[in-house]
Write a protein that binds this ligand. Structure first.
Ligand SMILES: [Zn+2]
Length: 83
């Protein structure tokens, strides 16, 4: 009878161990990270000198409007000044 109780205890221990492993294996994986949100829409401006479209954050403000580069701003303002 003692041997039978020992066998029951051994079986219970094995099942408990397997159950614990099974629970660990079935642990739900963390949800995948959501995709990065799209970048904020930026206002697009066009260069007053060449018409190139570029984000307003990268544009250079000038007397005649927005410019894609300092060279175009200088050329545009020179043309305006020269008539
Ligand atoms: Zn330009």
């Amino acid at each position: 009878m003692a041997k039978f109780l020992f066998f029951i205890g051994l079986v219970a221990l094995v099942f408990w161990t397997l159950g614990a492993k099974g629970r660990a294996a079935r642990k739900p994986a963390p949800p995948p990270q959501p995709p990065a949100p799209p970048p904020q829409p930026q206002a697009m401006v066009s260069c007053a000198q060449c018409g190139l479209h570029l984000p307003s954050a990268e544009a250079l403000p000038g007397r005649g409007g927005m410019f894609c580069s300092a060279a175009h701003r200088q050329a545009y303002e020179a043309a305006q000044a020269g008539g």
